[in-house]
Write a protein that binds this ligand. Structure first.
Ligand code: SF4
Length: 113
């Protein structure tokens, strides 16, 4: 499956990860069809690769501790945390604008890793 680029990045709401609840089991990482999740090298918590997510949402159902939420349904407190997502590559200037639009639309005030 192709990962999105350019204006296609505007299509997705993505997921928010509650790293304090995550028990690092790796189930979400294993099930994602586009490898949009990883266990971070520093804390071993699930981390979203923002630019890769295509709203597959399989990750939500396999998490044993309900640590993953659709962005549209995620508690504000989680969206305000830093470091639960990062970029897998350098975004173009247009793509950076799309990222800012996503933040605004969903009220994501936390910063990427
Ligand atoms: S499935 Fe849930 S507990 Fe397991 S690594 Fe992913 S977010 Fe963490």
């Amino acid at each position: 499956m192709e990962v999105p680029r350019g204006a296609d990045l505007l299509k997705y709401q993505r997921v928010v990860i509650d790293q304090e609840t995550c028990i690092s089991c790796g189930a979400c990482v294993a099930v994602c069809p586009v490898s949009a999740l990883e266990l971070a090298e520093d804390n071993f918590k699930s981390t979203l690769l923002w630019d890769k997510c295509i709203d597959d949402f399989s990750c939500i159902g396999v998490c044993p501790v309900n640590a993953i939420h659709k962005t549209s349904e995620a508690p504000q407190e989680l969206k305000a945390r830093n470091g639960w997502y990062r970029f897998s590559r350098e975004l173009s200037d247009d793509e950076k604008r799309f990222f800012e639009e996503w933040r605004k639309k969903y009220g994501v005030t936390g910063n990427p890793k």
